[in-house]
Design a protein around this ligand. Sequence first.
Ligand code: RB5
Length: 145
Amino acid sequence: MIVIASDHAAYPLKVSLLKYFDKNKINYLDLGTNSLESVDYPDYGIKLGKAVMSGKYEYGIAMCGTGIGISIAANKVKGVRAALVTNEKTAALAKEHNNANVIAFGGRTTTLKEAIKIIKAFNKAKYDPRHQKRIDKITNYEAEK
Ligand code: RB5
């Protein structure tokens, strides 16, 4: 099960993505927002990050206008590795090298077609544990704070 959240700027893309998920029987939990009314992306990034760290979901999808703000916010939740991805290549590398547990992209910068390609590439990619030492450095730094 995937957990997904967006602000108003990415709401239209999220609606299209959720239709795609429904059609393809992909399970998800949508944490909002649920309209075009202006909201603050940190609220959704932090909520999504906490949901991912609950361990109940495979990974999270975070969207705002650019994906930048919501990825910054999600990354403030301990243990979250949110990667702002722009295409299949960066989506695959976010899993292979960074073991990202959240992918972020922009509702104003990413088309539905690109978003689907990104999700498929991330799902298909496998984490390569030879990068573990670097991830451990991030985890250790977080533990010190
Ligand atoms: C909202 O207008 C916009 O700033 C937000 O969606 C996002 O792009 C921030 O990074």
